[in-house]
Design a protein around this ligand. Structure first.
Ligand SMILES: Nc1ncnc2c1ncn2[C@@H]1O[C@H](COP(=O)(O)OP(=O)(O)OP(=O)(O)O)[C@@H](O)[C@H]1O
Ligand code: SF4
Ligand SMILES: [Mg+2]
Length: 373
């Protein structure tokens, strides 16, 4: 294996993400300074300048559960998860393998029937809706999968794959649908020559672009991106993430972005949720989570992100998580993280902490920051 190539690819990606992160922080500071100036102008001169746009909730998840029956037991893959997603927002979702990220994404999309809870999409609870009633909402919600090769039908060409996703536009003439395919291909950085090719004729990054074009075919409002870049070469991961960001701005999309790569999640997300053993244990803005994580599990996860400055990197405390993630069939009593937590107390074995707002907009499920309900 060419480790030098992999190493330099990783460094390039890391440097790029670091630059992008600082640009984003500067942008945020400039916007908040401009807003402050405008607000003081508004107060002083009585000008009607409304820069604080009301955020609209697109999706509200309430006490969502997805349990899988396994022999005589129940595997609690998603266990009492609640959060809201605002229009045009990206909510990142992180956590170790098996913590329930994909199951949560699939349950929200109604690809799995929820065991309990509400999925309020654009004001309607779709949790209990069946096929016909669900159809009008299905076109507004799509999913981009981790493995673009496995998720594309190898016997269809790109044009057929994308047209199949326009199932609600069957009454539109075929020529117009064909034009739409070409428009979508252009949007994701492919061209008309690609329309007649089959999935095996593309590189991994191009295949994921086809997957993105397919997910946009029905003009969705909301997309679950389930590890859309982890199967891609590091050199093209940033390209695909930037494409998703551009499309979000252009088409006013809302994303639930599932990923392992914490630095990538930080870059793309407005807010980030951390999952552990089927539960959401922390939720706050991307900046706050990475600069001031509160939950002991998040603190450990963040401490493993390499820092580009070697001096800071050398001094930084790295918290190693010991032990395996327990089985979701038989989770520990009380706080599920207690078997690996450095701050565990007696109370942690007896009471399960609920997710509480401990600072404005910062939610944590830990007894260190409040009492369980
Ligand atoms: N269809 C299923 N039937 C039974 N158990 C399942 C099913 N799908 C997932 N699980 C179990 O649910 C738990 C959560 O799995 P899930 O795939 O949601 O995790 P994940 O966080 O997406 O992991 P990864 O990061 O590896 O993708 C795991 O213990 C998994 O074995
Ligand atoms: S509730 Fe207790 S075990 Fe759980 S994270 Fe907080 S301190 Fe650790
Ligand atoms: Mg997964």
């Amino acid at each position: 294996m060419n480790t030098e190539g992999v190493h330099s690819g990783f460094c390039q990606k890391f440097l790029l993400l670091e630059v992008q992160y600082h640009v984003r922080k500067c942008e945020t500071k400039i916007i908040s300074t401009v807003n402050m100036c405008l607000q003081s102008l508004q107060a002083e001169k009585g000008l009607d300048i409304n820069m604080t746009r009301e955020k609209k909730v697109l999706l509200e998840i309430k006490n969502l559960k997805k349990y899988f029956p396994i022999k005589q037991n129940l595997l609690k893959a998603v266990d009492d998860v609640s959060f809201s997603l605002y229009e045009n927002e990206t909510l990142g979702l992180v956590g170790e393998s098996g913590c329930g990220k994909t199951t949560l994404g699939r349950t929200v999309m109604k690809l799995y029937e929820p065991t309990e809870g509400k999925i309020i999409f654009n004001g309607t609870d779709i949790a209990g809706l069946k096929n016909k009633q669900l159809a009008p909402y299905r076109k507004d919600m799509h999913m981009i999968f981790q493995d673009p090769y496995a998720s594309l039908n190898p016997r269809m060409n790109v044009s057929e794959i994308i047209m199949e996703a326009m199932e609600n536009d069957r009454d539109i003439p075929k020529a117009a649908r064909r034009d739409r395919v070409l428009e979508l291909l252009k949007m994701v950085g492919l061209n008309s020559d690609h329309a007649n090719r089959f999935p095996h004729e593309f590189s991994g990054g191009q295949r994921q672009r086809v997957g993105i074009a397919r997910s946009l075919a029905a003009n969705p409002k909301f997309i679950v991106c389930d590890e859309p870049i982890s199967a891609l070469d590091v050199s093209i991961q940033a390209q695909v993430v930037n494409l998703l960001k551009e499309l979000q701005e252009e088409l006013n999309l809302t994303y639930l972005f599932i990923a392992h790569d914490l630095s990538m999640v930080q870059y793309i997300s407005d807010r980030v949720g951390v999952m552990y053993l089927g539960k959401l244990v922390e939720l706050t803005t991307s900046e706050e989570l990475y600069e001031k994580p509160l939950h002991p599990y998040t603190t450990a996860l963040i401490s493993t992100i390499p820092f580009p400055d070697p001096e800071i990197e050398e001094k930084k405390e790295r918290i190693l998580l010991e032990g395996e993630i327990p089985s979701p069939i038989n989770p520990p009593s009380g706080c599920a993280f207690r078997t690996r937590c450095r701050k565990v107390t007696e109370k942690c074995a007896m009471e399960c902490p609920s997710l509480q707002e401990v600072q404005p907009g910062h939610y944590v499920a830990c007894h260190q920051y409040g009492t369980a309900k």
